[in-house]
Design a protein around this ligand. Structure first.
Ligand code: ATP
Ligand code: F6P
Length: 443
C-alpha cells in the first residue's frame, strides 16, 4: 500500500514572496536611542517567522581595534578616529553583503548611527550593486529623561566601559552623544526618494516614506507596535484536563479534579508575581479547559479584563485528534515517524504543524508587543511557540520543550533579552511531555 505523505511538509513559510526580496534595514540615530534594541527585536521576530535575518553591529567591528574609546575618538576633528570608524563601517557592510550572497540572507540590519546623509547614500549604493533594497529606520528622541535612563540602563555596562566607574562612563557617553550631535543629520526632504521610517519619541509619532513591498510593510508594522514601558507577560497552560489523564491529544475536554484545583489556585499564584497596582488582561483560547482555568482569575476582585482568542487554540491534530500517542503510532506509523523526524514542519493530516501555529500566532505577537501586562492561558504547543518568540528558541528545539502543567511562567522583556521566572502551584499533574521516539502515556 502506498501512503500519501504529501501533506506532511508545509512548503511556503506563510509569508508570501519573501524569497524575491532582500532588505538591508539601516538603523539611523544618535547613540542611546534604542537602535540595537530595535535591531535585535526585528531579527528575533523575523527568525521566529523563519525569515533568515542577521544584525551587523558596526560597534563590535570598531571594538576589535578600539575596545575602550573615550568621547574624543568620536569628535569631528579626530582624523584617526574618523578613519577607524569608516574602516569598521566598511568591514561590517562587506561582511553583510557577503552574508547576503553566501548565506542566502533575506534581511540584514545594519546597526550603527549612520548619522550623515553621505553615509546613508554610501550604504544604499553598496546595497544597490547587489540588488538589495535599503530601508532606513531612524529613532529620534530628545526626551532627556529617556536618554539618561538609557545611558544608565545599558551604556555604563557596555564593553566600551569595562571596569570603569559608572558615573565617569555616563559622563563620557554624554560627551560622545554631543560629538555625534555636531554631525548628525536627521532624515529629511532631501532623502524623500529613500524608503524610511522615522520613530519619534519611542513611536509616539511615526513617519513612513516609500514602503515598497510586503516584507518591508511587515517590518514597519512591527516597528510601529513597539514600546518600552515596563511590563510582563504571564504564560500558563490550562489546568490538567480529563484528556491529559487519559493521554489523549487535542479535544475539548473539561478539567480533571486536580486541574480544577489549579484553576482555583491561579489567582493566588498570579497575585504573588504581580506588582502592586499592576493591571492585567487575561487571554484564553476558545476551548473549555483554558476558559475554565481562567475563570476564578477573571472573577477575582482585581477586575481583570478577559478576551478569548481562536488563534490561541491548541495545535489542530486533524485525524489524530482524540488519540493517544500509542494509537497514532499504531494507526499512522509513517506519520508518527515523520513527526519525530521533523516535528516543527510535520502537519497532521487535516490539521496543523508547529509552523502553521506560528503563522496564526503572528497577530497575537503583534498585539502583545502593543500591550502591557497580559496573562495568557493556553495550550502546550501554542505556549511553546509564544515562549520561543520571547526566548529566541530555535525551531528545531521549540516543539520539544518541556512546559509542565500547573506552572506559571512570567516573562519580563529587558533591554537586551527577556527575564524568566517560574512559579509552581505545587498541585500534582500528569506530564504530557513525549520525548522523541517514545509513545509514553501521560503519567
Ligand atoms: P548606540 O548608538 O550607542 O549603540 P543605541 O541607539 O543602539 O545606542 P541601545 O543600546 O539600543 O541604543 O539602547 C537601549 C535603550 O534604549 C534601552 O534602555 C531601551 O529601553 C531604549 N529604547 C528602546 N527603543 C527606544 C526608542 N525608540 N527611543 C529611545 N529609547 C529607546
Ligand atoms: O497533550 C496535551 C497537548 O496539548 C495536546 O492536545 C497536543 O496535541 C499536544 O499537547 C501538543 O504537544 P506535542 O506537539 O508535543 O504532541
Amino acid at each position: 500500500m502506498s501512503v500519501d505523505l504529501s501533506h506532511i511538509k508545509t512548503n511556503g513559510i506563510g509569508v508570501p514572496q519573501v524569497e524575491d526580496t532582500r532588505i538591508c534595514v539601516v538603523m539611523v540615530g544618535l547613540p542611546a536611542r534604542g537602535k540595537s534594541l530595535i535591531a535585535g527585536k526585528v531579527v528575533r521576530y523575523l527568525a521566529w517567522l523563519s525569515i533568515h535575518a542577521k544584525t551587523f553591529n558596526v560597534g563590535s567591528y570598531r571594538r576589535a581595534d578600539t575596545p575602550s574609546p573615550t568621547a574624543d575618538f568620536f569628535s569631528k576633528g579626530n582624523k584617526e578616529g574618523e578613519k577607524m570608524r569608516q574602516a569598521a563601517a566598511e568591514a561590517a557592510v562587506s561582511d553583510m553583503l557577503r552574508w547576503f550572497r553566501k548565506d542566502k540572507g533575506i534581511v540584514a540590519v545594519l546597526d550603527a548611527t549612520n548619522s550623515s546623509k553621505a553615509r546613508r547614500r554610501w550604504v544604499a549604493e553598496r546595497c544597490r550593486e547587489q540588488d538589495i533594497h535599503t530601508i532606513y529606520v531612524e529613532s529620534k528622541c530628545d526626551n532627556e529623561e529617556i536618554i539618561m535612563a538609557n545611558i544608565l540602563e545599558v551604556k555604563t555596562t557596555s564593553p566600551d566601559y569595562k571596569g570603569q566607574d559608572p558615573e565617569a562612563a555616563a559622563l563620557d557617553f554624554r560627551n560622545r552623544i554631543k560629538n555625534y550631535e555636531n554631525v548628525y543629520e536627521t532624515i529629511d526632504e532631501d532623502e524623500k526618494d529613500l524608503t524610511y521610517v522615522k520613530l519619534i519619541d519611542v513611536g509616539s509619532q511615526v513617519i513612513i516614506n516609500q514602503i515598497q513591498d510586503y516584507l518591508q510593510s511587515r517590518v514597519v508594522y512591527y516597528l510601529m507596535n513597539l514600546h518600552i514601558r515596563p511590563r510582563s507577560i504571564w504564560l500558563s497552560r490550562h489546568g490538567e484536563s480529563e484528556f491529559n489523564l487519559d493521554g489523549r491529544i487535542g479535544g475539548d475536554a473539561l478539567l480533571s479534579e486536580r486541574g480544577e484545583l489549579y484553576a482555583r489556585k491561579l489567582p493566588e499564584l498570579v497575585a504573588s508575581s504581580v506588582k502592586d497596582g499592576q493591571k492585567l488582561t487575561i487571554w484564553t483560547s476558545t476551548l473549555k479547559r483554558t476558559i475554565a482555568t481562567a475563570r476564578f482569575l477573571a472573577a477575582s476582585s482585581k477586575g481583570y479584563d478577559k478576551l478569548e482568542w481562536k488563534a490561541l487554540d491548541e495545535l489542530d491534530s486533524g485525524v489524530c485528534d482524540g488519540l493517544t500517542y500509542q494509537e497514532i503510532a499504531d494507526q499512522y506509523p509513517e506519520d508518527f515517524k515523520a513527526r519525530d523526524d521533523d516535528k516543527y514542519n510535520y502537519r497532521y493530516r487535516g490539521g496543523e504543524s508547529y509552523r502553521d501555529v506560528v503563522i496564526r500566532l503572528e497577530p497575537i505577537i503583534m498585539e502583545l508587543e502593543r500591550s502591557e501586562n497580559i496573562i495568557i492561558v493556553t495550550h502546550q504547543a501554542v505556549l511553546r511557540c509564544i515562549y520561543a518568540y520571547y526566548m529566541n528558541v530555535p525551531q528545531e528545539q521549540s516543539p520539544w520543550m518541556e512546559v509542565p502543567l500547573h506552572t506559571l511562567i512570567k516573562l519580563t522583556p529587558r533591554a537586551y533579552g527577556t527575564e524568566e521566572q517560574r512559579f509552581k502551584a505545587n498541585i500534582p499533574a500528569v506530564s504530557t511531555f513525549r520525548s522523541k521516539g517514545s509513545t509514553a502515556k501521560h503519567q
